[in-house]
Each structure stands twice: as C-alpha cells, then as structure tokens.
Design a binder for this molecule. Sequence first.
Ligand SMILES: Cc1cc2nc3c(=O)[nH]c(=O)nc-3n(C[C@H](O)[C@H](O)[C@H](O)COP(=O)(O)OP(=O)(O)OC[C@H]3O[C@@H](n4cnc5c(N)ncnc54)[C@H](O)[C@@H]3O)c2cc1C
Length: 186
Amino acid sequence: MDDICESQIKRRPLLSKRPRAMNETATVPHAAAQRTEHFDVLIVGAGISGVGGAYHLATQCPGTSFLVLEALESFGGTWLTHKYPGIRSDSDLYTFGYRFKPWTGAPIASAEEILTYMGEVIAENDLGKHIRYKHQIKSAEWSSTDKRWSIEAIRTDTGGTVRLTANFLWMCQGYYDHDAAPMRWP
Ligand SMILES: Cc1cc2nc3c(=O)[nH]c(=O)nc-3n(C[C@H](O)[C@H](O)[C@H](O)COP(=O)(O)OP(=O)(O)OC[C@H]3O[C@@H](n4cnc5c(N)ncnc54)[C@H](O)[C@@H]3O)c2cc1C
C-alpha cells in the first residue's frame, strides 16, 4: 500500500510548469474537470474487496481522496445478490474476514452474518461517506496524456449520468454477471 500511495495515486499537476510564450494558447487539459469530480482513487464495487480497499486507503493513505461506486442499493456484493435459502460461506470466516477485524463468530457464516459484519466495518471506520450506491459504472477510459481515468456512471435511481476522473482505478467488481444468468433470485 505504501508504494501505491507514494507512486501511483498522488495528485498530478493539472498544468505543465513549462513557461509559456505570451502568444501561446494555454490549454487547460481538464477543462471538463471543472464540472467533474476528481479523486485520487476510484474503487469499483462495495463488496468485501471494495470495502476492504476503502478501509486500507483510509487508514494507510491519509490525505488520499477516494470514492467507492456501487451499482446496487447497498454494500455486500456476493452476500447481497445471492439470496437462495441457506446461503453461507464455504470456508471459515477466520480467513475470509478482514485481518483488521477478526471474526469472532462460528467459523461458517450466513450471508446475513457477513452483511452485518461488513456493516460494522463501514460504521466503525466511517467509510459510508466514501461510498455512493446506485451508481453503475458504464465506462472507464484511460488518457495517457492527462494521466487519469475518466469514468462514466449511470445513477440507477434517477437515470442521470455522473462523470468523474481518478488517478487510479481499483477494480473490485467481482466476477458475477447477474444480468447474463438464466435465473433470478426471488
Ligand atoms: C454462496 C457463496 C459462498 C461463497 N463462499 C466463499 C468462501 O467461503 N470463501 C471465499 O473466499 N469466497 C467465497 N465465495 C466467493 C465470493 O464471491 C468472494 O469470495 C467474495 O465475496 C467476492 O467479493 P468481491 O468484493 O471481490 O466481489 P463481489 O462480492 O461480487 O462484489 C462486487 C461488487 O461490485 C459491484 N459492481 C460490479 N460491477 C459494477 C459496476 N460496473 N459499477 C458499480 N458497481 C459494480 C457489484 O454490484 C458488487 O456489489 C462465495 C460465493 C458464494 C456465491
């Protein structure tokens, strides 16, 4: 984490420090950014990975601005979207849980218990202010010139488009494609 904090996600200057001739047009590379929020890091998804990433950024990279965009109405990812009866972890939560919040319950946990645990992590570390729900990322484009990502998300509640930029894009989107699945959980 320290290396990432130091090297990759620090803010880069918006304008070159090279002196300009009087007749040279000063182009502002991120004119659109005046209307676009910018973050050092943008995390995709508020599952166990994204929430863990947010915790580590908050604790190990103080001063780093970051945002988590989550398409769904709440956190949890896997443990929110899979709803069949009896859903639970396969392996023990002593290893699946976060190192910084040791699991104290029975080794195998239900989805509900895992969601409660994740909710505690968010509340105890004041991570909620960094998470925006109902924001589904539709595209992310890297510009080598500007050295930043341009992200476009759709608000699933209003249908509005949200544009953001970030120095570092942290993919915590999981591996499920629920829209492509042949069945729907009730
Ligand atoms: C029944 C079951 C039991 C399991 N048991 C275990 C176990 O015991 N141990 C283990 O290691 N693993 C287990 N797994 C696997 C589990 O899925 C992963 O370990 C882990 O929960 C994945 O977390 P994640 O945060 O990486 O991804 P996810 O939980 O999939 O979270 C990704 C999040 O990203 C969001 N997202 C995705 N795309 C976008 C987008 N474009 N814009 C905005 N948001 C987006 C999603 O909505 C989601 O909330 C189990 C899985 C299931 C289904």
